[in-house]
Design a protein. Structure first.
Length: 380
């Protein structure tokens, strides 16, 4: 094999690895920070606010492209609950309780820190989410040091965490609702359910009608990305022989989500101009509440719940994993990058200064959680 062949082979191995998506997202984040603090900053921010059709470039990424990311999340959630690691109630107890506590404790810590600033209370859900791409990417870098059971547990917690975050977005971050377009979207979902029950395996009608559902949800005032989740739940998973439509769509979307959509979201949302910032901006209640929620709240809620359920024999501990490894995994769950920034954008839409504080808190909490979790698992 020549030099070119070896290079191509190395690139293929990189993109096939479990950590590739996290590395590309990290590169996009660093690029956004560099550009936002360089002479290119005016062009960067102007491009994001440039109108293309009915929305700005930024909104096309957050409301349009991210709908495909949420479609993928919905597919993964349905797959895990129907035929995966969460297909029985016994398998759901440990990750379900851990995920719930891993959202409640960070939210409480955030609210405690921001009690004296009522305008910040709307961001209570920002530190409640785990970024599965970064967390699993770090586990992949650790290789055989981490038992398979722990990887499965982290995946299950993150899947349920995503499902709970979707419910939070639907209930707490939806403004005034326009009923007519929402009714149209509901009719479209009903058609997809009928197609599913009729055994239609082709993905074409699901995707075409799904675009109409997305547009109806967008016009309704409910966040458009939730349409992706709703459509995902209608895609057939068990239909005769061969690969189910849900698995075909999941495998087709995975590389686009990991290497284009999520990095584009990171690049569009991670840019902070540090030029006009002072120390008070960094240690204000908003970023500190997010930092403490992600770094302390997540690990406390998740680890204490797992330890309690196992101690009282309400659930089984992960096989071949010691408590130091379980604790390291709980710390890793404090990486809240993608979903935390997404919720922050909903909570403080129209407030660039608040969003800069959100980004500082998310970056700090996620970096601390990632480094501490990696060190704990490497030594455990």
């Amino acid at each position: 094999m020549g030099r070119r062949g070896r290079a191509v082979s190395a690139v293929r191995r990189f993109f096939a690895g479990d950590a590739a998506g996290a590395i590309v997202l990290l590169a996009a984040t660093i690029a956004a920070l560099l550009v936002a603090n360089s002479p290119l900053a005016p062009a960067y921010f102007a491009t994001l606010h440039h109108e293309v059709g009915v929305m700005s470039v930024h909104h096309w990424i957050d409301d349009g492209a991210m709908a495909l990311f949420f479609l993928l999340i919905g597919l993964e959630v349905k797959s895990e609950f129907v035929s995966g690691h969460l297909s029985t109630w016994g398998e759901r107890i440990l990750p379900g309780a851990a995920a719930l506590a891993g959202m409640v404790v960070p939210a409480c810590l955030y609210l405690l820190v921001n009690m004296g600033t009522p305008a910040n209370l709307r961001g209570w859900a920002i530190p409640a989410a785990t970024d599965i791409a970064f967390a699993l990417g770090i586990l992949a870098l650790l290789g055989s040091r981490v038992p398979t059971s722990l990887k499965i547990l982290l995946t299950a917690i993150a899947v349920i965490d995503d499902l709970l975050a979707i419910l939070v977005i639907a209930v707490f971050y939806t403004g005034q609702i326009a009923l007519l377009p929402l009714l149209g979207a509901g009719v479209g979902l009903g058609v997809l359910v009928v197609l599913n029950l009729s055994g239609v395996r082709s993905l074409v009608p699901y995707l075409l009608i799904g675009v109409g559902i997305w547009y109806g949800v967008l016009l309704s005032g409910v966040h458009a990305t939730l349409a992706g989740v709703a459509v995902a739940f209608t895609i057939p998973l068990r239909t005769g022989e061969g690969q189910p439509p849900l698995k075909r769509l999941e495998h087709a979307l995975q590389p686009w989500s990991s290497f284009l959509i999520v990095p584009a979201f990171g690049f569009a949302n991670a840019g902070i101009a540090f030029g006009g910032m002072v120390a008070a901006d960094v240690i204000s209640p908003l970023p500190v509440g997010i930092l403490l929620g992600l770094f302390l709240g997540k690990q406390i809620g998740i680890f204490a719940t797992i330890r309690g359920l196992v101690t009282f024999r309400l659930a089984e501990a992960p096989k071949n994993a010691n408590w130091a490894q379980v604790y390291g995994m709980a710390v890793l769950c404090g990486i809240g990058f993608t979903m935390s920034l997404f919720i922050g954008g909903l909570a403080f839409a129209g407030s660039p200064h608040a969003m800069d504080s959100v980004k500082i808190g998310v970056f700090a909490g996620s970096i601390l959680s990632g480094l501490a979790g990696w060190m704990l698992l490497r030594r455990a």
